[in-house]
Design a protein around this ligand. Structure first.
Ligand code: FES
Ligand code: FE2
Length: 347
């Protein structure tokens, strides 16, 4: 098991609509977990049958229980085998259970001590299901360490380069940026002042309409980012034009790989399937063809080495990512020592 992960925390397991009538298996921080909708709601179990260790996710939901594909033992919410097609359920046929919560279209799984699982510690992503918005979700498997993905989301100056075809702004040389902290939450804000709208905004704003474009990120433990993009009149932040919120939820799979769940939620073009399709296209290209290959190439170059041990050059714009890494490392170190979670770090 890797030392690189926090265990006493909630990780995104799936989007709600990924789990319907069939079980879904996914590896999270090295644990194989299966999730299904049982008799009384969502259930998350270790994805390994205690009989012959076949993944339970190969099975099916039968009578509200998870039936193993191999010899038909069925498991319930407590992780216990409650049905054996050929007799009594064996006493020892029990699998580990994981606390699971479904909220705002997201399924979260707690990987640590169940006694510490507090759903109130899940960061607020309620915009995902707020009325009057259009939300488009997606998923990418990334063969790169989850902290590289956090770095990517904590330093959005890369949009000018990696996503130049639809997000580059002529205002980039005048970029204003700041970083602040609220408890353990790290905020970054980038403003591209008084520029023409980037390509992705031109369907909604006239290409000659000068704007301030601001992207603000909120990083929360363990590895999730809310990104708010706002278009306002130049020099007048109160004169809001349009905006969108997006969720960038990163779950470590194992050493060197992660699950990236993304969602884009806008307050313009609501109910417009063409606008939805456009977002889907940005997501496919932006994450699938732009961020993902860069992160994966970066990971290949790093191999098994931790980037921070290579004394990387740190730019002023890296400050958010560095803070997030520091908070996470401190939490992991406390957990390894068996200490309770520390108070939030001061700014
Ligand atoms: S392996 Fe699951 S019932 Fe035999
Ligand atoms: Fe990106």
């Amino acid at each position: 098991m890797s030392d690189n992960f926090l265990r006493n925390t909630w990780y995104v397991f799936a989007w709600s609509d990924e789990i319907d009538g069939k079980p879904v298996g996914r590896k999270i921080i090295g644990d194989h977990i299966v999730c299904f909708r049982g008799r009384d709601g969502l259930v998350a179990l270790a994805d390994s049958c205690p009989h012959r260790f076949v993944p339970l996710s190969l099975g099916s939901v039968n009578d509200g229980l998870l039936e193993c594909a191999y010899h038909g033992l069925r498991f319930g919410a407590e992780g216990r085998c409650v049905f054996n097609p050929l007799g009594d359920p064996p006493d020892r046929a029990v699998v580990k259970t994981y606390p699971v919560v479904e909220r705002n279209g997201v399924i979260w799984v707690w990987t640590g001590d169940p006694a510490l699982a507090d759903p109130d510690s899940i960061a607020d992503f309620s915009f995902l299901t707020a009325p009057g918005r259009a939300t488009v979700t997606g998923y990418a498997h990334v063969s790169a360490d989850y902290q590289l993905a956090i770095d990517n989301l904590s330093d959005l100056t890369h949009i000018q380069f990696i996503h130049r075809d639809f997000q580059a702004s002529e205002a980039y040389p005048r970029l204003e940026h700041k970083t602040w902290q609220d408890g353990d939450d790290v905020y970054r804000s980038l403003t591209f002042p008084n520029g023409r709208p980037a390509a992705f905004l031109q369907g909604f704003l006239s290409p000659d309409h000068l704007i301030d474009f601001t992207v603000e990120t909120r990083w929360t433990l363990p590895s999730n980012v809310k990104l708010t993009a706002t278009v306002t009149e130049p020099g007048a932040p109160e004169q809001y034009l349009i905006g969108n919120d997006s969720a960038h939820l990163v779950t470590p799979e194992d050493d060197g790989s992660c699950h990236y769940f993304y969602a884009h939620s806008r307050d313009y073009g609501v109910g417009d399937p063409v606008a939805d399709e456009k977002v889907r296209e940005w997501q496919r290209i932006g994450f699938g063809e732009q961020d993902k290959p860069v992160l994966e190439a970066q990971q290949r170059r790093l191999g098994h080495r931790d980037i921070m041990q290579l004394r990387p050059v740190i730019l002023p714009t890296d400050v958010g990512g560095v803070r997030a890494r520091r908070i996470l490392a401190q939490r992991i170190a406390h957990e390894r020592r068996g200490e309770p979670a520390p108070q939030a770090m001061e700014d």
